[in-house]
Design a protein around this ligand. Sequence first.
Ligand code: GLN
Length: 194
Amino acid sequence: MSARPLTVGVLALQGAFIEHINVLKNLGVDVYEIRQKSDLETRKYDGLVLPGGESTTQSNLLKKVGLFNDIKKLIEDGMPVLATCAGAILLSEKVTDGEKHFGTLPVSIKRNAYGRQLGSFITKGRFGDYTDIPMNFIRAPYFEKVNNPDVKVLSIVQDKTVAVQYKNQIAMSFHPEVTGDDRVHKYFISEINK
Ligand code: GLN
């Protein structure tokens, strides 16, 4: 761990951001909500979280408040990012049943991939080196295809890829922030500290 606490910004325009904030605060991170351009400009962040919610709504709001291009640039320049569910859709370069948003993550993702009504379930699975990670799927997507050999697959559940990492970008189709298990966030912190 570095001497000073890490500073992480959590995109707080829509969706499940409070839960990420709570998990990160409990891990000793300085956390700030990002809602407008000044939130990005006033401090230096070590990492960003893109929460779950509704990807189209989030993308429209990002454009409305003028954050879309700034966040895209930060990610392209190497800012560590943890993206869950709708956040993973925002990152993906190809979106089945939806439009491309940031497009910084070389994967194809399928929205609402488990069906709209029955697409929510809880299970446990592997995440990188961790086993038995509780995973909460809420109208979740999954990754249909990895489009670059440098994309690491971190989780496979029911034969579908549900978590990946490409350089500074960690993305998953489930919600790790609502399960009471903080190992996914610890992994994010360890990647920031690398
Ligand atoms: N179905 C949502 C979307 O397409 C994602 C669901 C979630 O983030 N839990 O954006």
